[in-house]
Structures are given as C-alpha cells and as structure tokens.
Design a protein around this ligand. Sequence first.
Ligand SMILES: [Zn+2]
Length: 313
Amino acid sequence: MKLSEFVGYGDRLKQLMRSVQAGRIVHALLFTGPHGSGKRTMAAMFAQAMLCKGDEPRPCGVCPACKRFEAGSHPDVRTVRPEKKTIGVDAVRELIDYLAMRPYEGGRHIAIIEQAEKLTPAAQNALLKTLETPPGDAMFFLISDAPGAILPTILSRCQTVRFSDLSVEDCAAVLARRGLPENRAGMLSGMAQGSVGRALELDKDNEYMALRERVLQSLETLSGPASVAPAATMLEDDKGTESTILEIMELWARDRMAVQSGQTPYQTFDQKRLEAFKLDGRALLLGVLRLRAELSSNVSWPNALEQMYFHLI
Ligand SMILES: [Zn+2]
C-alpha cells in the first residue's frame, strides 16, 4: 500500500511523513479516528517508512527491511495490544526493556501500541517517562478509537493525527483501487458510510447482505394494520441480530430523510428504492431509537418490533 492510496489525506500525510523522516517531530504519534478509518494501516505505513532502506518514496515495499516489516518479522518493531481487556503495566515494562537494547539493524526502534485507550492508568504512568525521552531515538505509534480514555499527560507528549471517515465517493475510489468492481465498491462504501475498514468487513459478510434485504422488504411490506404481523414475522427469527437489524433500519431512515429533503443519501446506489419508500424517514428513525432503548430493558424482540410497526403505520 502506498501513501497516495489514502485518498483525501495525501498532502497532509506526505508533509507529516517528511517531518518524521527529517526528525523534526516528537517521538510519539497518536492516530485517532473511528473504527475502520485507516489509522492502523497508516501507522504501519509510517513505521515501515522509517525502517525502509530503499529508494524514495518510502516505504519502497521491496527492500529487505520492508519485506521483513510486512512479514511481521522486523526485529526492531514491537507491537503491543490488549491481551484480555487491558494493556497492563507488565506489558509496558517489557516494552521499555526491549527499547533499552540496541536496535538490531542499527536504525531506530519502533513501538506500536494498538488500542492505546486500553492501557491501564498504571501502565500509562509507566510509559510516561519513556515517551518523553525514548532510549536510542525510539519512535512510538499509539492508535486509538477512544483517546478520551488516555491520560492528558500522555496525550500532551504525542502529536495527534486525526482520521475521519472519507466521503462515500472517496471510499468507493479506495475500494476500487483495491480491486473491487466499481458497482460493488459504490454499494459497500454507501452501506459503510465512507468507512473503508467497515466496507471491507461487509464485503466478506454474505449474511449481512441477506439480512439487509430482508429488513428492507419487511419495512416495504408495511401498509396498514393487517400488514404488521406478516412484516414483523419476516424478522422474528433473527434472534441475536437485533442490533444489526436496528443499524440497517437506522441508516435507511437517515437516508430516507436525506432523500425527502433533497439531499444526497449515503446509499446512493439505492436512490430509487429510497424515493419509492413509503414511510417517513424521521418517524422510522424515532421508532428505531425507541426500539433500541426498549430492547436494553428486556422487552422481547418480536413484541417490541410489532409495537414499533404499529406506531409507524
Ligand atoms: Zn523499503
């Protein structure tokens, strides 16, 4: 993967990459942003670029250092991630000991901390001093969906790089460059609301597609009191997928609202279907939000769904 493949981020990241390689930057970068927005891929690319011994633009992808990095066997890289629910102080001490050794290939050590918000407070405190004056010029990459859980003392020692989801068009362009057919790329990026990572998950998830179709058909069946029971029956067997059903309905409701007010929906590939949809987007959205709240208080799924459908018609 190359930096230029990060549509919409290219220039900013190129600049940051130059600063990193010129040593004009703090020793720690924090990559934040929603799940699937590309922060982990980008952190890895930065790390690889720093270890690359090939020609510009780095990472070259072909030198021995790049090959080792991509195979996960570069001796000067250490990745720390939660083992159960947290990253404890022992894992951090082990990392600090590792960084105190001389880099195997004579360059710099790279430490990557995934889900950095899972560092316990003790672990964060143990990390603090090393982050400020890393031994041997080591470079830290912290990655987090939820930087709010990271101590301010840690945050203040990191330069933050924020990722947001791409526009649906940019996301589709990224997917197409990864070899997905254009139609499918457009469809997946709409369903994933511009999140490349989410779109790639959906690409492999055949059940999701089938479930989505059933949810939409169920909603489209609704037309009067007599239609409620059959429409709800279409979804009653989907025990365990209630939250996915609600996500599908929520996105559909938001897109229906967009279409009703003349704006562009996420799921542009379904524009015609959204226009032909009979229910009001706002009413559907409110129903979904209410249903989600009810489900967390132990109301049974088929009953709650039927109730919502009655309200809708
Ligand atoms: Zn290289």
